[in-house]
Design a protein around this ligand. Structure first.
Ligand SMILES: [Cu+2]
Length: 495
C-alpha cells in the first residue's frame, strides 16, 4: 500500500518540478551562478565559546546579530551576517540547572528574533516570530536550563525572512552540559570535541552568496559545502578518537554523512542528548536543523574525508530537483603522526525512559504543499491548545511527492515509529526535528512544555526554511487546563 502511494506521488513530483524547471531554463541568462568551490587544506575554525558573566546567580550571555563580510573564496568577501562577528556565532555553553539570560542587541537593519532550537523554555523566551526585536532594540530572554546534556542551536525566526537571515550566517550552537554524562566520551572543546556546522552555499563567480530556488522545491540549494564557515576545511586530529557535533544548518539540503573509506563510526547523541548507547553506523542522514554527535576513531598519520553521500529521499524524482543524487566532500580529517590516547567508548549512556503514551492526547498534522492541515500560518490564529506538562502523541503525515521535515518548539520528543516501523537505534533518543520522506507517516511522543502562557504560542513547522517562510507552520498554546483562546492579539508581544 505504501509503495503504491509512493508511486502515485512520484507522478505528481515530476509534474511539480516541470514548471519551475521550464521557468529557470527561460530565465537562465539572469539566474545567479552556482560555482562549486573545491580544494581542501584550510584549517577548520572552531566557533569560540561565548563569554558569560554571573549576575546574581544568572549566567548572562550577549549576542549582537549584525551584518558583515565573510570570505568563502579568498579575496572575495561576501555579504554575510553573524552574531558578535561577521559570520556564524559563538557557542553558548551552560549546565543543566543553571539560570541563563541572553542579552540580544539587534544591530541588523531588519527585525530579527533569536530562537533557541531544541530548548525547553517558556514560549515568551523562545524567539518565535511573535517576538521580533526591532533594529537597534534589545531583548533579554531568560530561563532555567532543565534538560539533559545536548547540542542545541540558535538562529533567527523572523516571520517570512528566516531563509535570508539564517542563510547569510546567523547560526550558533548552544551546548548543554550535565553531571549525568559518563566518562569515555571526548569532551575537550576544540581538542577532541568539535562542533561542525555544515551548510550548503550557493556562490556566484564573485564569491557572493546567492539565492535562487528555480528548478527545485527546497529553496536555494548550493554545491559548495561550508564547515564552520569554511569551504574545503581540514581538521588536524591529535587524539585517537574525536567527537563531532554535526548540525545540518542548510536551508533545504539533506546530508547523508559518512566517511569516504566506508569506516564505521558511532552515533552517540541525537538532537536532544545522548542515546541509550553508542550506535555503530556507516551513515547518518540529517535533514535541515537535525543534529547528531558522532565519535570516529583515527589511526596515526592517516587522512579520511567526511563526506555527504547522496541522501536517501524516497521516491523523489528527479532527485536533483529535491537535493538528492549528489555526493559532497565536507571536511578532511588529518591525523597526526602520534595520537594522544582516548578512553574507550562507554558501552551504555543514560537510560532513556519511554514516555507512557497510553491515554495520551493524539493530534494529527498533515503536510501538504506549503501548508499544515490545509492552513498556512496565521500569527493571530491558535491552531492547537495543549495542557501544560501533559503527554501527547502527534501523528505527522507527509502527503507530498517530495520531502519535508517537522520541528516542534519547546520540547524534545521521541520518534515512536515511521510507517508503523520503529526507527533505527541512532534516532531512538530525544529529537526535536524529524525528516518526512514522500508518503511518510510518523508518530512522535512528547511531554508538553511545563510553562503555561495563554498569550504567546510555540511554533511547529517544516524546517526547510523556504517552506517555513511560505507559511508551512502552525502554533500551539500551552495553558493550565488545555483550554484557551482561538485567536491572539499581536499587540504588546515584543520583548
Ligand atoms: Cu517543507
Amino acid at each position: 500500500m505504501l509503495l503504491s502511494r509512493r508511486q502515485l506521488l512520484r507522478a505528481t513530483a515530476a509534474a511539480t518540478v516541470l514548471a519551475p524547471t521550464l521557468a529557470s531554463t527561460l530565465s537562465s541568462c539572469a539566474a545567479p551562478e552556482d560555482v562549486p568551490q573545491v580544494g581542501f587544506g584550510t584549517p577548520l575554525p572552531v566557533p569560540p565559546l561565548a563569554e558569560s558573566r554571573l549576575d546574581g546567580g544568572v549566567r548572562v550571555f550577549s549576542l549582537a546579530p549584525q551584518a558583515g563580510k565573510h570570505e568563502f573564496v579568498p579575496g572575495k568577501p561576501a555579504d554575510s551576517m553573524g552574531y558578535n562577528g561577521s559570520y556564524l556565532g559563538p557557542t553558548l555553553r551552560a549546565a543543566r540547572g543553571e539560570r541563563v539570560r541572553i542579552d540580544i542587541r539587534n544591530q541588523l537593519g531588519d527585525p530579527t528574533t533569536v530562537h533557541f532550537h531544541g530548548m525547553r523554555l517558556p514560549a515568551a523566551d523562545d524567539g518565535g516570530p511573535h517576538l521580533a526585536i526591532e533594529p537597534g532594540a534589545t531583548g533579554s530572554p531568560a530561563w532555567t536550563i532543565d534538560q539533559p546534556a545536548a547540542t542545541l542551536w540558535y538562529h533567527p525566526h523572523p516571520h517570512g525572512s528566516t531563509e535570508k537571515q539564517l542563510s547569510l550566517g546567523l547560526v550558533g550552537l548552544f551546548v548543554i552540559d550535565d553531571d549525568q554524562s559518563p566518562g569515555g566520551l571526548p569532551h575537550a572543546y576544540g581538542v577532541d570535541d568539535f562542533p561542525l556546522i555544515v551548510q550548503d552555499r550557493r556562490l556566484d563567480a564573485n564569491g557572493q552568496l546567492t539565492f535562487d530556488s528555480s528548478g527545485n522545491s527546497l529553496g536555494t540549494l548550493g554545491s559548495s559545502i561550508a564547515a564552520n564557515g569554511v569551504l574545503g576545511a581540514t581538521l588536524a586530529v591529535t587524539t585517537q578518537r574525536v567527537r563531532l557535533r554535526l548540525l545540518n544548518a542548510s536551508g533545504g539540503r539533506w546530508f547523508n554523512f559518512g566517511f569516504a573509506d566506508g569506516r564505521t563510526f558511532h552515533v552517540v547523541a541525537s538532537d536532544g542528548g545522548l542515546l541509550a548507547a553508542p550506535v555503530p553506523v556507516t551513515r547518518v542522514q540529517l535533514s535541515p536543523a537535525e543534529r547528531a554527535e558522532i565519535v570516529v576513531s583515527m589511526a596515526p598519520g592517516e587522512s579520511v574525508m567526511l563526506r555527504s553521500f547522496a541522501p536517501e529521499l524516497g521516491s523523489v524524482n528527479p532527485a536533483d530537483a529535491f537535493g538528492g543524487g549528489r555526493d559532497f566532500d565536507v571536511v578532511r580529517l588529518d591525523a597526526a603522526a602520534t595520537l594522544a590516547p582516548s578512553p574507550a567508548l562507554p558501552a551504555a549512556f543514560a537510560v532513556i525512559p519511554a514516555l507512557e503514551v497510553s491515554g495520551a492526547h493524539i493530534r494529527s498534522f498533515t503536510l501538504n504543499g506549503r501548508n499544515i492541515n490545509n492552513h498556512t500560518v496565521d500569527m493571530n490564529r491558535v491552531d492547537e491548545i495543549v495542557k501544560k506538562g501533559s503527554t501527547e502523541v502527534w501523528l505527522v503525515d507527509n502527503t507530498n511527492a517530495y520531502q519535508h521535515n517537522f520541528h516542534v518548539h519547546g520540547v524534545q520528543f521521541q520518534l515512536l515509529d515511521v510507517n508503523g516501523t520503529p526507527p533505527p537505534a541512532h534516532v531512538r533518543g530525544w529529537k526535536d526535528t524529524i525528516p518526512l520522506l514522500p508518503g511518510d507517516r510518523s508518530r512522535i511522543a512528547m511531554r508538553m512544555p511545563a510553562y503555561a502562557d495563554a498569550k504567546v504560542p510555540y511554533m511547529y513547522h517544516c524546517h526547510v526554511v523556504t517552506h517555513e517562510d511560505q507559511g508551512m507552520m502552525g502554533q500551539y498554546l500551552v495553558t493550565e487546563d488545555g483550554t484557551g483562546p482561538s485567536s491572539l492579539s499581536m499587540e504588546g508581544m515584543q520583548h
